[in-house]
Design a protein around this ligand. Structure first.
Ligand code: HEC
Ligand code: HEC
Length: 183
């Protein structure tokens, strides 16, 4: 009996395969991704509380740029996620006071570009399209870091500058102390 079965199986399989092949050839080709195509696209987000930015702002791009320029997460300016559902906080809410600070910064930034950068006098080397952005000052920090210029190198004076003499009394040190003479 088992022997007979063993003999039968390949025959059965061969029959099954040919049946399936025929069925596949006869079945009409299913349109690809039919399920996805029938689902309607979500409606575009309509901002509810923009006081500075125009309504057609690409918020996804602009908000990511703010977060990147300041090196922060969305919740630095927006209310945090719901503690129970862990869903995003209400982005339209003004409950986080940092959002209003950011609004002032956006206005300041726009003013700088409109009143100053766009009016820059022409000069060789001046880029007429140069723009100030959040990152120009912030450089990845919520508060721009204080800039401390590196000490001036001796012997690197511009042509025509007076020779370096001893610093006036009380002047802050300009560099590392001179190494003692080698002997
Ligand atoms: C530096 C602060 C800051 C950061 C960081 C920030 N936002 Fe905003 N966001 C704002 C300000 C300010 C407004 C309101 C602009 C206005 O009044 O025109 C706003 C508005 C929005 C709105 C519109 C809400 C509405 O319906 O009025 C959305 C959505 C939004 N932000 C999403 C995000 C997301 C997502 C992130 C993180 C990727 C993010 N924001 C990061 C400051 C920020
Ligand atoms: C001209 C330089 C400059 C530009 C451009 C600028 N900021 Fe600022 N911003 C500052 C300075 C300086 C501070 C620090 C104020 C302080 O000491 O509290 C600051 C502080 C902030 C703060 C408060 C941070 C904190 O921890 O208190 C936010 C939010 C902010 N800026 C958002 C922005 C956004 C968004 C932009 C772009 C639309 C922007 N800034 C463009 C100079 C700038």
């Amino acid at each position: 009996m088992t022997r007979l079965l063993r003999l039968c199986v390949p025959v059965l399989c061969a029959g099954l395969v040919s049946t399936l092949t025929v069925a596949a050839q006869q079945a009409p080709a299913a349109p690809p991704a039919a399920a996805g195509a029938t689902r309607p696209a979500p409606p575009p987000y309509v901002p509810k509380n923009l006081k500075v930015l125009p309504d057609n702002t690409n918020l996804r791009v602009v908000m990511r740029a703010y977060a990147g320029a300041l090196g922060v997460e969305c919740e630095f300016c927006h209310v945090g996620p719901d503690p129970v559902t862990h869903r995003d906080g209400d982005r339209a809410s003004d409950a986080n006071p940092m959002k209003d600070v950011a609004r002032y910064m956006i206005r300041m930034n726009d003013d700088l570009n409109e009143k100053y950068m766009a009016q820059l006098p022409k000069a060789p080397d001046v880029d007429a399209d140069a723009k100030i952005q959040c990152g120009t000052c912030h450089r990845g920090h919520a508060k721009p870091e204080a800039f401390v210029p590196p000490p001036r190198q001796q012997g690197n004076r511009p042509p025509g500058a007076p020779p370096a003499g001893p610093p006036p009394a009380g002047a802050p040190p300009t560099g590392p102390p001179a190494a003692p003479p080698a002997n």
